[in-house]
Design a protein around this ligand. Structure first.
Ligand code: GLA
Length: 429
């Protein structure tokens, strides 16, 4: 009897091990667009026809993603956040899209988005209600998973309001199993770490990465540099604990990019983009694509930055050190030269004292770059400089960069063999 029980337990744990997330999705950080930060829960379409959460908003966004080059740059998901449903389920217990704001239903919108070559994302909640008070999924997991599959959803963000912070983990696992059973691959974005961390509980990241493709670690981003800064601080303060769990198929998510809205200056926009690139963060825009300036659009579509964010090794970068209130962040990416990886390195200014601030760093001592006998120097690219002018190390082997107040510089250091001087130096420098 004891033995049978033991075997039963072993069998069960085997089942649990293999029943994890095996959807093969998001091998790179997902890229797309999500409504929440910019459009919140605006539901009055009479007063705010261009901003309310409605079929029209998501069709317009899908159109702009294609016509303004976002899809071509890699942004593919169009995601509806909260406030899309009616306040009650239908008589069969199914979720229903608000009929005045989504007059043709969700399947119609999904078809429209798919017809543009884009993917379709939706939002729900593991508890009894969504954060904005719409019906949650508790008690309806199977039926809701099937509804999402029937609507051809490609990405589902499951929030954690109105749920117990500890017990919600089992529910997230269970709902993930129902998702898998539908046979439709959907990126599964979970929020349980954010709720647990906020209540002082350390989430089980091992279970998390077996269950979800990405997860919100911390609070909601807002349209300000201080909000971007405080989320960045959470990531650096907790990096030893959370960084190892991010990787292809399972990402830490610091929340949406808010470039293109009201709150960030151009320099601050560069700062969010640089940090999100180092963090291997999902790049989900939350802005009004119709009003993004050409300068910010160029930042968002900068191919060199996107390539670094999407690097296939998927290693999340770390804050290396802070020198005179300039944070130095570093992330290993491809290509690899003689066992040494390229490094994306960001200099992120926490200064606001007027002039651009110049810092000089030692490649080996400060940036932790190689002193291997093979690697003789680095070819350096400024990823924000689309003219691709070369960047050099000084003759004395130090690297100098000047960072604008509250802004950031982002470089790629590619190891080189057979360079006479250590570092590629400009003969006139
Ligand atoms: C929570 C989430 C946000 C957003 C809102 C919607 O606050 O963290 O990202 O989804 O709910 O109500």
């Amino acid at each position: 009897m004891k033995c049978a029980l033991l075997l039963g337990t072993v069998g069960l744990s085997l089942i649990i091990t293999v029943a994890g997330l095996e959807n093969g999705l998001s091998r790179k950080p997902p890229m797309g667009w999500m409504s929440w930060e910019r459009f919140r829960c605006i539901t009055d379409c009479k007063k705010y026809p261009d901003e309310c959460i409605s079929e029209q908003l998501f069709k317009r966004t899908a159109d702009l993603m294609v016509s303004d080059g976002y899809l071509e740059a890699g942004y593919e998901y169009v995601n509806i956040d909260d406030c899309w449903s009616t306040m009650e389920r239908d008589s069969a217990g199914k979720l229903v899209a608000d009929p005045t704001r989504f007059p043709n239903g969700m399947k119609h919108l999904a078809d429209y988005i798919h017809s543009k070559g884009l993917k379709f994302g939706l939002y729900q909640d593991i508890g009894t209600k969504t954060c904005a008070g719409y019906p949650g999924m508790k008690g309806y997991f199977e039926i809701d998973a099937q509804t999402l599959a029937d609507w051809d959803v490609d990405f589902i963000k499951i929030d954690g309001c109105y749920a117990d912070e500890v017990k919600m983990v089992d529910d997230y696992i269970l709902f993930g199993e129902f998702l898998n059973k539908t046979g439709r691959p959907m990126v599964y974005s979970c929020s349980w770490p954010a709720y647990q961390e906020y209540s002082g509980i350390i989430p089980d990241y091992v279970i998390l990465k077996k269950t979800c493709n990405m997860w919100r670690n911390w609070g909601d981003i807002e349209d300000s540099h201080s909000s971007v800064e405080s989320i960045t601080r959470y990531f650096s303060d907790n990096q030893q604990r959370i960084q190892p769990h991010s990787g292809p198929g399972h990402w830490n998510d610091p929340d949406t990019l808010v470039l293109g809205n009201f709150g960030l200056s151009y320099e601050q926009s560069k700062s969010q983009l640089a940090v999100w690139t180092i963090l291997a963060a999902p790049l989900l825009l939350s802005n009004d694509l119709a009003t993004v300036t050409p300068e910010v659009r160029a930042l968002l579509q900068n191919r060199a930055i996107i390539a670094a964010n999407q690097d296939s090794l998927g290693i999340q970068g770390l804050l290396l050190k802070t020198v005179n209130r300039i944070e130095i962040w570093k992330r290993p990416i491809l290509p690899r030269v003689k066992d040494e990886l390229t490094q994306a390195i960001a200099f992120v200014s926490r200064r606001a004292d007027g002039a651009p601030y110049s810092i000089q760093v030692e490649l080996i001592d400060d940036l932790g770059l190689s002193n291997s006998t093979y690697i003789k120097g680095y070819e350096i690219f400024d990823l924000f400089d689309t003219t691709r002018k070369p960047v050099y190390v000084r003759r004395d082997g130090r690297f100098e960069t000047r960072v604008n107040p509250t802004g950031a510089n982002l470089y790629r250091f590619v190891p080189k063999l057979n360079v006479i001087l250590r570092g590629f130096t400009n003969p006139e420098y």
